[in-house]
Design a protein around this ligand. Structure first.
Ligand SMILES: [Zn+2]
Length: 72
């Protein structure tokens, strides 16, 4: 069983922080996109809070956010 959001794939969480060598955790991140504050769930380091995303995940997140903004 997993309680991670659908858009977070298991392979996104096998990464480790290159600085701390700690496995990533999924947590809420406040991002600013096109002047909008957006809270989203992304893998990050539990120690230094460095957010590590694959290009594929980042592109998917932007598409998701654009959809949210269009629906406003
Ligand atoms: Zn770290």
């Amino acid at each position: 069983m997993s309680n991670t959001p659908d858009h977070i794939k298991p392979e996104d969480l096998v990464w480790k922080c290159f600085r701390c060598d700690k496995p990533l955790v999924v947590d809420a991140i406040l991002a600013v996109y096109l002047g909008n504050n957006i809270t989203t769930q992304l893998p990050q380091c539990p120690s230094c809070h460095n957010v590590l995303v694959s290009e594929e995940l980042a592109v998917g997140k932007i598409a998701e956010v654009e959809k949210l903004l269009e629906n406003k």
